[in-house]
Design a binder for this molecule. Sequence first.
Ligand code: C5P
Length: 236
Amino acid sequence: MKQHDRDVIVALDFPSREETLTFLDRFPEEKPFVKIGMELFYAEGPDIVREIKARGHRIFLDLKLHDIPNTVGRAMAVLSRLDVDMVNLHAAGASEMMRAALEGLRRSDGTRPLLIAVTQLTSTDAAALKNELLIGTPMAETVLSYAKNAAASGLDGVVCSALEAAGIKAACGPDFLTVTPGIRFSEGEAGDQKRVMTPERAASQGCDYLVMGRPITRAPDPAAAYRRAIRAFLNR
Ligand code: C5P
């Protein structure tokens, strides 16, 4: 079995460079793996990616691409040159788009960022699936089918709920990565996340990467909260 890094990824859900760097300055010792999403990227552009990379962080660029294969392939080539470590797209773009994305990501030295698929957004409920998207298949089956398409297209893994991770591993193989948001230190601190899991439990479910935002970004001592997550998830 391939050895993958398992890690905690801190979601930098901030609107500006200033707030982001002020937050990162609160980590005097560690350089957490971080996630940059649409809000920060659209506000600050590629320079914020370069700046955070230069500070020594690994970066998951969470832009969820979804377009025709040629456009996605070319956009992925641009993102790959930003030297990010992980990027994503919507599996709903189908296998030709996913293969074009992989191709675009490959760098001249043979390396590439990890490519992760979003299956069904967790904000899509069963009613929207049936009545708006006209998908009659139950959500759990749709998610598994999207995950299998992503695996067959050569992608590295999916974003999913920690509750789905074990089923996805069983269907797509143990090396297929599960990147899981909705992580909380204990029940009762869920906020707007409906289906949550603790880092300890996520580890026992075989999750590879935990995405954690508010439990770390809004903690009185973010570095301590981060270390708590790492201890709980990686047992170190
Ligand atoms: O603050 P919290 O820990 O809920 O943040 C989770 C992060 O993961 C946010 O950046 C959110 O946008 C992202 N995310 C999610 N659920 C998904 C996909 C991504 O919460 N299904």
